[in-house]
Design a protein. Structure first.
Length: 258
């Protein structure tokens, strides 16, 4: 038998080695593990290439959306703006199918509400009708922060969660796209916003996904992003070639979760 390494298969399929490792782990590729290394038989790879293709980005997004659609407060970290928009559409489509009786909340920080309305319309839903019925709320959070500070932002999430129950919905499914400097570049208010949202999520039937656009050139970006992850129950990191999902564990006495 003629076996290929992960690196050799990555060259043949013209993709990253991380993608090949993922395909091996998920059983997408006909691979065997020999010690710590994966090996793929050349003949079986040829058969796979005739009838199969590497997983598409949409497949990855569907998997992450399924994991994030659980009650709680989740964080998604992205390195490309386009990926956030594509993922949010995947997330909303999955949420509409999984929670048809929920109220949906979209918090806009660097995105314009009208742009979001146009993008959501691509899912073949009547955005105007959903908003009229209170089944969809699209809020300009950057404007709320400028006028009402942290309290204004948290109050908007609180009122959306309260109204979802008052109006007979099964709960609230919300998402908000941020960047690490969205609170006028001030880090502590951002932590207060996330902590406030986390507290709301503990007292209401809701699932919240906060997507972050991470500028890797920003000052002290990694310690700041790490602090924000502590405000969430789980987080994932999505790059062009790979994704990581992690669950947050913390001490009950940690000051950020009091």
């Amino acid at each position: 038998m003629d076996f290929l390494t992960v690196e050799e298969v990555a060259l043949i399929l013209k993709t990253h080695t991380n993608t090949i490792y993922k395909m091996c782990r998920q059983g997408v590729l006909p691979a065997v593990k020999i010690g710590p290394s994966w090996r793929i038989e050349r003949k079986k790879l040829a058969t796979f290439m005739e009838g199969g293709t590497p997983p598409q980005q949409t497949d990855t997004f569907k998997g992450l959306a399924s994991l994030a659609l659980q009650n709680g407060h989740y964080m998604g970290i992205f390195t490309r703006e386009k990926d956030i928009l594509d993922f949010e559409l995947t997330y909303f489509a999955a949420a509409l199918e999984q929670y048809p009786d929920a109220c949906f909340f979209k918090a806009c920080w660097w995105q314009h509400p009208d742009d979001i309305r146009r993008h959501l319309s691509s899912l073949k839903i009547d955005v105007e009708e959903m908003e009229a019925k209170g089944a969809l709320v699209i809020a300009n959070m950057s404007g709320l922060y400028r006028s009402g500070g942290v309290a204004g932002v948290v109050e908007k999430w609180q009122s959306a969660a309260d109204l979802s129950i008052k109006n007979g919905f099964s709960g609230l499914v919300g998402t908000g796209a941020k960047h690490i400097d969205c609170c006028d570049g001030k880090h502590h208010p951002l932590l207060e916003v996330e902590n406030g949202i986390a507290k709301v999520s503990k007292t209401h039937p809701m699932t919240i996904l906060c997507t972050y656009l991470m500028d890797q050139t920003a000052t002290d970006i990694f310690p700041r992003v790490f602090e924000v992850t502590l405000m969430h129950d789980q987080f994932f990191i999505q790059t062009e070639d790979t994704e990581i999902m992690a669950k947050i564990t913390y001490s009950l006495t940690h000051p950020s979760r009091r």
